[in-house]
Design a protein around this ligand. Structure first.
Ligand code: GDP
Ligand code: GDP
Length: 455
């Protein structure tokens, strides 16, 4: 398709870039102040600013997209937390555990100028247990004189320490080369071992919406198949549950069941946990407490799932407590506060009474279908042709940008690349997305549209 002024390599490159499925995940862990956030900033090239946290202010963003040597991956930053009531070792362990669980590979950051501490040793034990590939980053090696400090970290038994100055960028390239070697091409969580295996569900929502109640309800009424995946000890927190005659894998159920009561930092842990669960899952069932106003925290959780590109089901829980007035206001709130996921299937449930539990599985299946939908190129272009003829892009500066052709580059979630003769405005993109949804469904899935403009 040296079509319409695009050269074939351009077209193929754009399709390949847009076509990737879920990205492999890298977790950056370590004690406070060793330089994790500084390193994450460096890895993501400061494309997204990691803001300095004020004490007590929760940073809800913990995953970022990064690229090195042409490969893309996600980075989970665990730098945004504070030591809390649990004490330093337990806090470090908790955050590292969540992050490691969701990761395909781990960068363990140690402050080379301090050397290995007991807390570092504790993290090493966790890393051993998890059995994931680890790259040891000996940070704060700002100059050659500090290289000897880095070499001391061989003692941790994690292999070669990579001397790095996250602050100045020294050594980060070599370390990232090692990271790429450690990272699988595609996330194992999503594709590797899971092909043909049970579909993975993350049950998420803010504290007290009823996650653990719902899980207990479905697990008790139906049959809990096994507690652990046969033959692995890698994901002991995932649970296989049979629902509607199908076995599903509920990821990260330990986080739901174990009610760890933290004071300071609790929100941060909840965020990290949610991000980790979402990364591991194909579909997020987002629980919302229908008896209370939809909150900013609910919206953040929705955003997390959408940005991660997961299929989404919205479950409004505690339906048993709703009176007519609340139901009225809930509908208004949904329209205004959750407009960004108007496409998600919805179920109104009660974990207490079991109301509408049977509707959960069909909703999940609908969302996964949408997530995997592939539109043949011929059909897509027939649709685009008609759309553009009926609703051309507005003329700007005497020119009329046109969508020339398009293709679906990938699924899970559906990703489209459109090729255009000029800049396509945001509003028009939204319009195209809306019409794509009307035409092809995509219920329960975010869709990605990228536009390439002819030079
Ligand atoms: P985190 O708590 O592990 O996320 O650590 P931060 O990234 O917030 O860094 C803690 C402190 O160490 C900050 O003052 C950083 O500027 C400093 N720091 C981080 N990396 C380096 C480094 O490579 N060299 C030096 N000298 N300081 C660093
Ligand atoms: P989690 O923090 O999201 O796991 O929430 P829990 O499952 O611990 O539930 C929080 C509180 O809400 C508990 O007191 C539950 O009994 C209550 N709860 C959960 N689901 C329902 C429901 O459907 N109806 C009512 N009335 N209460 C519920």
């Amino acid at each position: 398709a040296a079509e319409e002024g695009f050269d074939i390599e351009d077209v193929e490159g754009a399709i390949e870039a847009a076509g990737h499925g879920p990205l492999p995940v890298l977790a950056v862990v370590g004690r406070p102040n060793v330089g994790k956030s500084t390193l994450v900033n460096r890895i993501i090239g400061r494309r997204e600013a990691v803001v300095e946290d004020k004490p007590g202010v929760t940073r809800d963003r913990v995953t970022y997209e990064a690229e090195w040597a042409g490969r893309r991956f996600k980075v989970v930053d665990t730098g945004g937390w504070e030591q809390d009531v649990l004490g330093i070792d337990a806090s470090v362990a908790a955050q590292a555990e969540y992050a490691i669980e969701a990761a395909d590979a781990v960068v363990f950051v140690v402050d080379a100028t301090v050397g290995a501490t007991d807390t570092d040793e504790a993290v090493v034990r966790l890393l051993r247990k998890a059995g994931k590939p680890v790259v040891l980053c000996a940070n704060k090696v700002d100059g050659p004189s500090a290289e000897a400090d880095a070499a001391m970290l061989w003692s941790l038994g994690l292999g070669e320490p990579h001397p790095v100055s996250a602050l100045h960028g020294r050594g980060t390239g070599d370390m990232l080369d090692a990271v790429l070697e450690a990272l699988p091409e595609a996330p194992e969580q999503s594709f590797g071992t899971a092909i043909g295996g049970p579909r993975r569900i993350a049950l998420i929502g803010r504290p007290n919406v009823g996650k653990s109640s719902l899980l207990n309800k479905v697990a008790n009424e139906e049959r809990v198949v096994v507690n652990e995946l046969a033959g692995t000890t890698r994901d002991p927190v995932d649970e296989l549950i049979e629902l509607g005659g199908v076995t599903w894998k509920f990821v990260d159920t330990a986080g739901i069941r174990k009610r760890v009561h933290l004071q300071q930092g609790a929100d941060y842990y909840a965020s990290l946990r949610t991000a980790a669960a979402v990364e591991k899952a194909e579909v997020a069932v987002i629980l919302i407490d229908a008896s209370e106003s939809i909150s900013v925290q609910d919206q953040r959780i929705v955003t997390m799932a959408v940005e991660a590109g997961r299929a989404v089901v919205l479950a409004y829980n505690k339906w048993d407590t709703l009176d007519e007035e609340r139901r009225y206001y809930l509908e208004r709130e949904i329209e205004t506060e959750l407009a960004q996921v108007a496409w998600a299937p919805r179920v109104n449930v009660s974990a207490r009474t079991g109301r509408h539990m049977e509707k959960l599985v069909p909703a999940i299946e609908t969302a996964l279908d949408g997530w995997e939908t592939r539109v043949p190129t011929g059909r897509l272009n027939a649709f685009l042709g008609e759309l553009i003829a009926a609703h051309p892009h507005p003329v700007r500066g005497g020119k009329q940008p046109r969508i020339l052709f398009g293709t679906q580059a990938g699924t899970k979630p559906p990703r489209f690349v459109l090729f255009a003769s000029g800049f396509i405005e945001h509003g028009y993109r939204r319009f195209v997305e809306r019409r794509l949804r009307e035409e092809f469904g995509f219920e329960g899935t975010p869709i990605h549209i990228s536009v390439r403009v002819r030079e």
